[in-house]
Design a protein around this ligand. Sequence first.
Ligand code: HEM
Length: 321
Amino acid sequence: MVDSVHMLLKRWQNLETKEVELFEEFTAISSEVISRTAFGSSYIEGRDIFQMLGELAIIVSRNLFKLRLPGISKIWKTSDEIKSNQLEKAIRDVVLGIIDKREKKLNAGEIDDYGNDFLGSLLKAYHDPDESKRITINDLVDECKTFYLAGQETTNSILTWTFFLLAIHKDWQEEARKEVEMIINETLRLYPPVINVIRKVERQVTLGNLLLPPDIILHIPILKIHQDPRIWGDDVHLFKPERFSEGIAKATNNNAAAFLPFGLGPRSCVGLYFAMNEAKITIAMILQRYSFTLSPDYIHLPTQILAMRPHHGVKVILHPL
Ligand code: HEM
């Protein structure tokens, strides 16, 4: 993580103009970090995957609420369906290439085992001598795709929004140099990268005064919960990191379901600590060298394309310290 941020800072040092677009800058960092830490490869190797996943995300968002007659896609496919099938196949091929490379390294004796990173653990599970514990090649490829996607879009989003809020609330830049966690939490409250999660009801259940039948899908609106004045007070829309100065439990009055940027329960985000560490390291290293202001060109348009991102990016002007 530290090396990836160093590379970014080195590039910024040599910039002629000090105006940078953060969404793109952080895309490069979060991609590099996930490629290196989870797959032991560089951003260049993962770049094709990120680019294709990005294209796929746009197609998915475009079609999220479109209804199709059941079975129709067996007879006739829309151009989006054709394109997404092509992208899925191409992503699978690149992932298989990365897997193949690791296996060849082991077979050639260049490494002693599959490795301790995420890919190494998956390969061990794929080759597990105990057949009942073994995962299939499709599981392996799918897990890799999930990790590439989940580890990149979201971290990129939280970094960009934190810098956006700090650029507006410049007084908090100094505070962030001392204590950054409450600022990240307040950004996650106002701009949660994942704005809702879903759960399928398996069997009839009572929830408060509602009786939920099996097989319905529940949408849990994270963004709405985070901006509910009944939970957070009348200043709910204001950026006030001090809400979190004594931790999340105090800020939420011990209501774990009031603040859920990483979801809740057994299927909550596995990358929570990874993402928080990456955000803290990146923010701290940049703030040690720069203060920054929002560019006058900035247009505020948060958009959901899998994660919540700034539609027109976030341009800031860097001021070296
Ligand atoms: C700020 C950054 C991040 C946010 C806000 C975030 C948010 C979330 C949310 C809301 C879920 C769904 C949880 C639920 O349904 O209750 C989730 C799941 C997941 N996240 Fe993250 N995530 C972040 C970073 C990461 C990173 C860095 C990784 C990987 C390194 C990651 C890997 C995953 C995986 C694999 C799942 C699926 C877990 C499962 O289904 O059991 N996430 N994340």
